[in-house]
Design a protein around this ligand. Structure first.
Ligand code: KIV
Length: 262
């Protein structure tokens, strides 16, 4: 999988699957799957580090997790998130942040929004860094929204997202994540632009879908948004294994003779 597959998939009508990945163990598993591409998302701050937003993700945090994923998922196309404000402090700061992520093993970077940092996007693209956009709900703007809220519900807001999507395409982005927008809006944007849209909470009309891996595996025990379908009961599997280990230890049946050294 490479950036070329993103371009071709839309023309061929082939849907793209993406999941987030933050660590080596899951990267090894994902390397054996048919999932098209991995995102080292800044959601790592929430899913792994337990923060209540993505804002605490730093370039350093993203670099370390990108390195771990790249070590485990050779052969997969890896996108890494540009964290909060890393692309808003001018072109040089954006290039420095992207350098950290690309040399850590990412094949592309993703950044939220477009207005006000067109020059950074343009410079990255010109410098050979594939850029994925991210529109709709932009979690780095959670405090500006007053919470994690669906975007583009009225005609003006929907039009604004479409305008931004066209802008990202014109700047040379190779794909756009559409997060938490009404399905009809996402469908319209998908039809209007030539690069693939990857939806999360954006309905079935996108060119691909992405989920946070922990949500997909049913490992999230706290709040789970309605779009995040768990494809297995991961928390139950883990808790059952932990219960059986605990019982075996306490019953003296673990470790068995064949699990011990003579
Ligand atoms: O960081 C992340 O997990 C993301 C997805 C929601 C697309 O950006």
């Amino acid at each position: 999988m490479s950036i070329l597959n993103f371009r071709n998939s839309k023309a061929e009508g082939r849907k793209l699957s993406m999941v987030t990945c933050y660590d080596y163990t899951f990267a090894r598993l994902l390397s054996k799957s048919s999932i098209d591409a991995l995102l080292v998302g800044d959601s790592v701050a929430m899913a792994i580090h337990g923060y209540d937003s993505t804002l605490p993700a730093s370039v350093d945090m993203m670099r370390i997790h990108t390195q771990a994923v790249a070590r485990g998922a050779a052969g997969k196309f890896i996108v890494a998130d540009m964290p909060f404000l890393s692309f808003r402090k001018g072109r040089k700061a954006a290039l420095n942040a992207a350098q950290q992520l690309m040399t850590a093993g990412a094949h592309a970077v993703k950044l939220e929004g477009v207005d006000g940092h067109e020059d950074a996007i343009q410079r990255l693209v010109e410098s050979g860094v594939p850029v994925m956009g991210h529109l709709g709900l932009q979690p780095q703007s959670v405090h500006a929204y007053g919470g994690f809220k669906v975007q583009g519900r009225d005609a003006g807001a929907a039009k604004n997202i479409l305008r931004q999507a066209a802008g990202l395409e014109a700047l040379g982005c190779f794909a756009i994540v559409l997060e938490c927008v009404p399905a009809e809006v996402a469908r319209e944007i998908t039809a209007a632009i030539g690069i693939p849209t990857i939806g999360i909470g954006a309905g079935a009309g996108c060119d691909g879908q992405i989920l946070v891996l922990q949500d997909l595996l049913g490992l999230t025990v706290d709040f789970q948004p309605k779009f995040a379908r768990p494809f297995c009961a991961g928390a139950d599997v883990v808790l059952d294994a932990l219960r059986r280990f605990d019982e075996s230890v306490k019953a003296g049946s673990f470790p068995a003779r064949e699990e011990s050294y003579a």
